[in-house]
Write a protein of this length. Structure first.
Lengths: 105, 196, 592
C-alpha cells in the first residue's frame, strides 16, 4: 500500500467523522422542525428535504458514491426514474379532479 | 480457467464483480421499499383521516435509534478503512461496535413494539399502524440480515484476511454498502412515519 | 495478450483439483451448465403439469357437468364428486394454471435454463459471475415450486382467485392463497438473485474483444430481461407481503371500510384500497410479460441467423428497440386497469404509452421477417419453430392493439379475447421459441442430435392444433364470453352462438397434448441413444459453438479464453462468401 493511499484513507476517515456530526445535527433539526406548526405541505417538504440531505451524505460519503463509476450512476438514475413512476403515477387518479370535480349533467 | 474480476477491477467498468452485484441488489431494494412507500402515499391520500406519528409512536426512542444506526454506519465504514490501512485489530473493534449497535437498534425496537402491543395497538388496528409495523418490520428484518452477515465477517469469516486480504477488504466494502443502505432507508422511514 | 488474461486472479473451483462427489456435481452444482439443465427439466415438468390442469378445465368447458374420463375419479370428492369438476376446483385449476405456466414454467425455462446455459458460453466466460448464488437461485425456485404444488393439499385447496390474486377476493380466500403468497416470495427472491447474476456476468465477464455491439442478440435480450426482473419484481414482493399481512395479521391494506361479504360486514379496520394491489401487481406483471417474450426473441434471432446463412437484418435497430422496449415496459402497466374507474387523464396516459410500446416490437418482428429475404433457408426443426413463431407473435401482437385502446377495451376486457391475445404471444409465441431453442442447442448440451423426423412430427400437428385452441377465443371474446367462467358462457343469452367453439378448442387442446408425445420421446431417446455429431453441428458463428467438446468443459467452458474478432453473425461474409466466420479468433489464428 503506497504512502499516498494511506494518506488518502486517513483523510477519508476525517470526512467520515465530519459527516457523522452533520447527520447527528440534522437528526436533531428534523425532530425540532416537526414541532413547528407548519401547514401540511410545508411539514412534508421540510421533513423530506432534510431526509434527502442526510441520505445524500450517507450515499455520497459512506457509500463512496461521490467518486463512483459511471455504470453505478446510470443504474441508480434508472432506478430513481422507475421509483418516481411507481410513486406518482398511481396518484393520477386524482388528476381528473384538477380544477374541481365536474358536476354531473 | 478462473472467474475474472472477483478482486481486481475490470478496466472498462472500473468495478469488481461483487461491487456491481451489490449495487444492483440495492437497486432492487430501492424498488422494494419504494413500493411500500408508494403504498403509504396511496393509503394516506385516500384516507379520510390520518393520525400524526406522535399520537401512536415514541419519538424520543426512535430518535435514539436513528442516532444508533447512523453511528453504526460510521463504525462500519471505519472498519473497512482500517482494513485498507492494514489494521486488522482496528477492523475487529469497529466491526464489533457495528454489530453491537445493530443489537442496540433491535433492543430499542423490541421496547417500541411491546409498548404498542401493551396499549393494544396492533397492525390490524388501523392502516397507519398497519403500514408502520410493515415498514419498520421489514426494515428490522433487513437489520437482522445485515447483522448476521457482519457477525460472520467479524467472526469465522475474518479468516479470509490472512489468505487474501484484498478480497476480504472488498467483502467488507460490499457488506458495508448493504449496511449503509439499511441506514439510508431508516433516514427516510423515521420522518415519514414518526414526524409527519 | 492471452498470457495476461490467463493470469487473472480469481477463485479456483474445487473441480480444478479433484473430482466432485455426486451430490456436489449434480444436485448442488455450481456449474451454470448443470444448473441450466436442472432449471430446464424442472420447468418442463411444470409446463406439462400446468398444461394438464388446463386439459381438465377444457373438458368442463366442452362438456359441462359430465365426468372427466380416466382422471375424474382420481381428483377426489372434495374437488370433483363423481368426476365432475366443482366450480371451486375449476377456479383453483385456473389460478394455478396461470401461476404455474408463468412463474414455474416459462420464466425458469427461458431465463433459468436457456439464459444460464447459453449466456456465459456466448460471451466467452467460464461461468456466471456468482456460481454459489446461481445454485441458491435454483433451489429457491425449487422450494417455491414445491410450496405451490403443496397448496393443492391445503384445506380448501390451492389459490383460486386467478393468477392475479385481486383483493378483496384474494384477501378472504381459502388457505391456499397464503401458500401462494409464500411460494411467490421464494420465487421472487430466486429471480432477483438470478437477475443480479446475469447482469454482472454480462457486464463484467465478456471475453476480450466482445464489445457490446458484437454480442449475440440472445445476450442483449437476456440483459434487458434481467433489468426487468430486477426492478419490477420488488413491487410484487411488497404487494405479496401486504396481502400476507391482510390475510394472516388482519390488516386492511386492500380492504375498504364497510365491505359486506355474504350479508355480513367484514370486521376489519378498513381504509385500504383494492386498487393499491392492482397498481403494485401490474407494475411487475406488465414487465413480466416482456420477460416472457424477450428470451424468445433472442432464441429466434439465433436460429434465424444460423439457418438463413446471413447476418440478422437490422441488428442495431433490434438492439435499440429491445432496450427501448424494456424501458417502456415500466410505463404501461395500468392498461390492465382501464375498467377500474381510474379517470380519463391517467387512462389516456397509459393508452398512449401502450401504443408507443408496440413500435419496438414491430421493428423487431419486421427485422426477423426481413432477415429471411435472400437467405439460404435450412428448414430444420429449430427453424420450423422459429418460422412458426413469426406469424403467431404477429397475431398476438396485433390483437393486443384493441386491448391497449381504452375505448375498445371496455368491450374486450376480461373476455376470451384477452385470453386469446396473450396465449398467442406466449404459447405459439414463446413456447415455440423454447422448442426451437431445445432442438437448436441440444447438440451443444449433449454432443448428440435429436431426430429430425420426430421433430417435424412434433411441429406440424402442434402448429395446427395450437391455432385450433386459441383462434376461436377471439370470436368468443367478441361475442361477449367472459373469462374465468366455470360453465364457459352457458348462462349467457348473448353468447349462445359462440358456445359450439368450446368443443372445438377442447378437442384441439387434447390433440395438442398428444402432439407433444413425439417431443418427449425424441428428447429422452436422443439423450440415451442419439447420434453423435460434430461440436459445431449447425455451423454457427457464436462463441458457444467454438467451446469444444460438447458439452463444454465443466467449470471452465473453453480451453483458452476466447478472443472475439468480429460480429456475431458473419455468415456468407464478402471475404468468405461460401462459408461462415466464427466470432472466436482462435480459428483465424490456427489458419494463419
Amino acid at each position: 500500500m503506497s504512502a499516498h493511499d494511506v494518506e488518502a484513507i486517513r483523510r477519508q476517515t476525517r470526512t467520515y467523522v465530519m459527516v457523522f456530526a452533520a447527520l447527528a445535527v440534522l437528526t436533531v433539526v428534523t425532530v425540532a422542525a416537526s414541532r413547528l406548526d407548519l401547514n401540511p405541505g410545508m411539514t412534508i417538504a421540510v421533513a423530506l428535504l432534510i431526509a434527502a440531505v442526510k441520505g445524500s451524505l450517507v450515499a455520497g460519503y459512506f457509500m463512496h458514491l461521490i467518486d463512483e463509476r459511471k455504470a453505478i450512476y446510470w443504474l441508480l438514475a434508472l432506478t430513481v426514474i422507475f421509483f418516481i413512476l411507481l410513486m406518482f403515477l398511481p396518484l393520477g387518479d386524482a388528476a381528473d379532479s384538477i380544477g374541481g370535480v365536474p358536476t354531473p349533467v | 480457467m478462473q472467474i475474472p474480476y472477483t478482486v481486481e477491477a475490470r478496466p472498462d467498468t472500473g468495478l469488481y464483480n461483487a461491487k456491481l452485484g451489490i449495487w444492483l441488489f440495492l437497486a432492487s431494494e430501492v424498488m422494494l421499499f419504494g413500493a411500500l412507500f408508494s403504498s403509504y402515499v396511496l393509503l394516506r391520500t385516500g384516507a379520510e383521516s390520518w393520525p400524526r406519528g406522535s399520537e401512536y409512536l415514541n419519538i424520543p426512542l426512535a430518535t435514539l435509534n436513528t442516532m444508533i444506526l447512523i453511528a453504526s454506519s460510521v463504525t462500519m465504514v471505519m472498519s473497512w478503512a482500517s482494513l485498507k490501512l492494514g489494521d486488522f485489530r482496528k477492523y475487529k473493534l469497529y466491526m464489533g461496535l457495528t454489530v453491537l449497535a445493530g443489537f442496540g437498534f433491535l433492543i430499542v425496537k423490541y421496547f417500541e413494539y411491546t409498548a404498542k402491543f401493551a396499549h393494544h395497538y396492533y397492525p390490524s388496528t388501523n392502516t397507519f399502524l398497519g403500514i408502520y409495523f410493515t415498514l419498520t418490520g421489514l426494515h428490522g428484518l433487513h437489520v437482522i440480515g445485515g447483522m448476521i452477515v457482519n457477525g460472520y465477517f467479524w467472526g469465522p469469516g475474518s479468516k479470509l484476511w490472512r489468505r487474501d486480504p484484498e478480497r476480504f477488504a472488498n467483502r467488507i466494502e460490499v457488506a458495508g454498502l448493504y449496511w449503509h443502505f439499511v441506514d439510508l432507508v431508516w433516514i427516510f422511514l423515521f420522518p415519514t412515519l414518526y414526524l409527519l | 495478450m492471452s498470457a495476461l488474461v490467463e493470469e487473472r486472479v480469481g477463485h479456483a473451483h474445487p473441480a480444478d483439483h479433484h473430482p466432485e462427489p455426486f451430490w456436489r456435481k449434480y444436485i448442488f452444482s455450481q456449474d451454470h451448465k448443470v444448473i441450466g439443465i436442472q432449471y430446464g427439466f424442472t420447468a418442463l415438468a411444470f409446463l406439462l403439469f400446468g398444461f394438464a390442469l388446463m386439459m381438465m378445465m377444457r373438458w368442463q368447458l366442452a362438456y359441462p357437468g359430465k365426468p372427466i374420463p380416466l382422471v375424474g375419479p382420481l381428483l377426489g370428492q372434495n374437488n370433483a364428486p363423481g368426476g365432475i369438476l366443482l366450480p371451486e376446483f375449476y377456479n383453483q385449476l385456473g389460478a394455478m394454471h396461470g401461476t404455474i405456466m408463468v412463474f414455474l414454467g416459462i420464466v425458469p425455462l427461458a431465463v433459468g435454463a436457456f439464459g444460464n446455459y447459453v449466456v456465459p458460453l456466448q460471451i466467452g466466460a467460464p461461468d456466471m459471475a456468482f456460481p454459489k448464488l446461481n445454485m441458491a437461485s435454483y433451489w429457491l425456485y425449487a422450494v417455491g415450486g414445491l410450496i405451490m404444488l403443496g397448496s393443492f393439499f391445503a384445506p380448501g385447496g390451492a389459490a383460486n382467485s386467478g393468477w392475479t390474486s385481486y383483493p378483496p377476493l384474494a384477501d378472504i380466500a381459502t388457505q391456499g392463497q397464503t401458500w401462494w403468497l409464500a411460494g411467490m416470495l421464494f420465487l421472487i427472491f430466486s429471480s432477483l438473485l438470478g437477475a443480479t447474476n446475469f447482469l454482472v456476468t454480462i457486464i463484467q465477464l465478456r471475453a476480450p474483444g466482445m464489445t457490446w455491439f458484437r454480442l449475440p442478440f440472445f445476450v442483449w435480450a437476456q440483459f434487458v430481461t434481467s433489468f426487468l426482473l430486477l426492478l419490477a419484481f420488488p413491487a410484487l414482493q411488497a404487494a405479496a407481503m401486504l396481502q400476507f399481512m391482510d390475510r394472516v395479521v388482519g390488516t386492511s391494506f386492500f380492504l375498504p371500510q364497510g365491505l359486506v361479504i355474504s350479508g355480513k360486514v367484514l370486521e376489519v379496520a378498513g381504509g385500504g384500497s383494492p386498487l393499491l394491489w392492482q397498481h403494485l401487481f401490474w407494475f411487475l406483471a406488465h414487465p413480466e410479460v416482456y420477460v416472457l417474450i424477450l428470451p424468445a426473441f433472442g432464441i429466434v434471432a439465433e436460429v434465424i441467423a444460423n439457418n438463413t446463412r446471413k447476418p440478422l437484418y437490422g441488428y442495431r435497430s433490434m438492439v435499440y428497440s429491445v432496450v427501448f422496449l424494456g424501458f417502456m415496459s415500466f410505463l404501461v402497466w395500468a392498461h390492465h386497469m382501464f375498467l377500474t374507474g381510474m379517470g380519463t387523464v391517467i387512462s389516456s396516459f397509459f393508452q398512449t404509452t401502450t401504443l408507443i410500446i408496440s413500435i419496438p416490437s414491430i421493428i423487431i418482428l419486421s427485422a426477423f421477417f426481413l432477415s429471411l429475404w435472400g437467405g439460404s433457408i435450412r428448414f430444420n426443426t429449430p427453424m420450423l419453430f422459429a418460422l412458426g413463431f413469426l406469424p403467431m407473435f404477429g397475431i398476438g401482437g396485433l390483437t393486443g392493439l384493441p386491448l391497449g385502446l381504452a375505448a375498445a377495451d371496455i368491450h374486450l376486457h376480461d373476455t376470451y379475447y384477452v385470453i386469446g391475445h396473450f396465449h398467442y404471444v406466449v404459447a405459439p409465441g414463446t413456447i415455440f421459441a423454447m422448442f426451437a431453442g431445445i432442438y437448436y442447442w441440444f447438440p451443444k448440451i449433449t454432443g448428440k442430435k435429436m431426430s429430425e423426423l420426430l421433430g417435424k412430427i412434433h411441429f406440424w400437428p402442434s402448429f395446427l392444433f395450437i391455432n385450433g385452441v386459441f383462434l376461436p377465443m377471439f370470436w368468443q371474446g367478441l361475442a361477449g364470453v367472459s373469462r374465468r367462467l366455470y360453465d364457459g358462457g352457458q348462462q349467457y343469452a348473448h353468447a349462445q352462438d359462440a358456445l359450439w367453439l368450446n368443443e372445438v378448442m377442447s378437442v384441439s387442446a387434447w390433440c395438442l397434448g398428444l402432439a407433444q408425445i413425439p417431443f418427449v420421446i425424441n428428447l429422452f431417446w436422443s439423450l440415451a441413444k442419439g447420434k453423435r455429431v460434430a461440436d459445431n453441428h449447425w455451423e454457427a458463428t457464436t462463441l458457444e459453438w467454438s467451446a469444444a467438446p460438447s458439452p463444454p468443459l465443466p467449470h471452465r467452458n473453453f480451453h483458452h479464453v476466447p478472443t472475439v474478432v468480429r460480429g456475431p453473425y458473419e455468415y456468407s461474409a464478402p471475404e468468405a462468401p461460401d462459408t461462415y466466420l466464427p466470432q472466436n479468433g482462435e480459428a483465424d489464428e490456427k489458419a494463419a
